[in-house]
Design a protein around this ligand. Structure first.
Ligand code: NDP
Length: 245
C-alpha cells in the first residue's frame, strides 16, 4: 500500500532528505516547516521526479498549525500512515550564559512540537487501526555535556515520551507503532543555529571531519517504515563509525 507520510521540519537536512527518499520510493508526502520557499522547492523537485507531495507552512510551536498540517494530509490523501516528528533546534551554551530564550524555544520546538504531532496524528491512527509515529531524538538524548544540557534534556524527553507512547499504542486495537531515531553527527544546517561562536566553530570542525549525510538517516527511516506491520524498531541509535560519543 502507498503510504501517506507527514514530516515536520521538512525544509532542510534530515527532513528534506527523508521526504526526497520516501517520495522516490512511492510514498505520498505532506511536508511542514516555517520556510515556505524551501518547502515549495522541495515539493516541486519531488513532483518533477514523478512523486506526490504537498506542503503547509507549519510552526510546530503552534498547535493549531500542526492540526492544520494533519488536516491537509487528510483532505489531500485521506489518511496518515506515518507521522515523523523531526523539527528541532540545538541550543548549545553553558548554564552560566543563562540563554533563557533559547531554552524556551528548544523546549517549545523539540518537546511541545513533538507532543502536538502526537496529539494530531494518534487519533487518526487509532481510527485507521494502523500507523507509525517516528520521533527524532539524538545520541545527545543518551548523554549530556557542558553546554548541551538543555538540548539533551529535550531529547531525553523525546525518548521518555516515546516509551510511554509505545506502551499506549501497544494497548490499542490494530498495528500502531512508535519508533525513535537517535542520530549522531549528521551534516545539516543544525549546527548553523548554535549562537555561541566558539561552540559553533568546534561543532563545525567536528561535523566536517566526522559527520555523515542526512541521506543515511533517511535510509534508516525508510527501513523502519518497511518493517512488517506487526514489528517495530522502538529505537535506532546511529552515528558515524568514527564518532566516539
Ligand atoms: P536542520 O536545521 O537542517 O533542520 C531542522 C528543521 O527543523 C528545519 O526544516 C527547520 O525548518 C525545522 N524547524 C525548526 N524550528 C521549527 C519550528 N518551530 N516549526 C517547524 N519546523 C521547525 O537540522 P537537522 O535536519 O539536523 O535536524 C532535524 C532533527 O534531527 C532535529 O530534531 C535535530 O535535533 C535532530 N538531530 C540532528 C542531528 C545532527 O547531527 N544534524 C543529530 C541528532 C538529532 P524551518 O526553519 O523552515 O522551520
Amino acid at each position: 500500500m502507498t503510504k501517506v507520510i507527514v514530516i515536520t521540519g521538512a525544509s532542510s537536512g534530515i527532513g528534506e532528505a527523508t521526504a526526497t527518499l520516501l517520495a522516490k520510493n512511492g510514498a505520498k508526502l505532506v511536508l511542514g516547516a516555517r520556510r515556505e520557499d524551501q518547502l515549495k522547492a522541495i515539493v516541486q523537485a519531488i513532483q518533477e521526479q514523478g512523486g506526490e507531495a504537498v506542503y503547509a507552512v507549519t510552526d510546530v510551536t503552534k498547535q493549531e498549525q500542526v492540526e492544520a498540517l494533519k488536516e491537509l494530509a487528510l483532505s489531500t490523501f485521506g489518511r496518515v500512515d506515518v507521522w515523523i516528528n523531526n523539527a528541532g533546534v540545538m541550543p548549545q551554551a553553558p548554564f552560566m550564559a543563562a540563554s533563557v530564550q533559547e531554552w524556551e524555544q528548544a523546549i517549545d520546538i523539540n518537546v511541545k512540537g513533538v507532543l502536538y504531532g502526537i496529539t494530531a496524528s494518534l487519533p487518526v491512527m487509532a481510527r485507521q487501526k494502523a500507523g507509525q509515529i517516528i520521533n527524532i531524538a539524538s545520541v545527545e538524548g543518551h548523554h549530556s555535556h557542558v553546554g548541551g544540557g538543555v538540548y539533551s534534556a529535550t531529547k531525553y524527553a523525546v525518548r521518555a515520551i516515546s516509551d510511554s507512547l509505545r506502551e499506549e499504542m501497544a494497548q490499542m486495537e490494530g498495528n500502531l507503532r512508535c519508533t525513535v531515531i537517535s542520530p549522531g553527527a549528521i551534516q545539516t544546517e543544525l549546527v548553523g543555529t548554535v549562537a555561541d561562536e566558539n561552540i559553533k566553530s568546534a561543532y563545525e570542525d567536528f561535523y566536517r571531519s566526522h559527520g555523515i549525510s542526512a541521506e543515511r538517516v533517511a535510509l534508516t527511516i525508510q527501513q523502519a517504515i518497511d518493517l512488517p506491520e506487526d514489528t517495530a524498531w522502538n529505537e535506532v541509535v546511529m552515528r558515524p563509525i568514527k564518532q566516539v560519543l
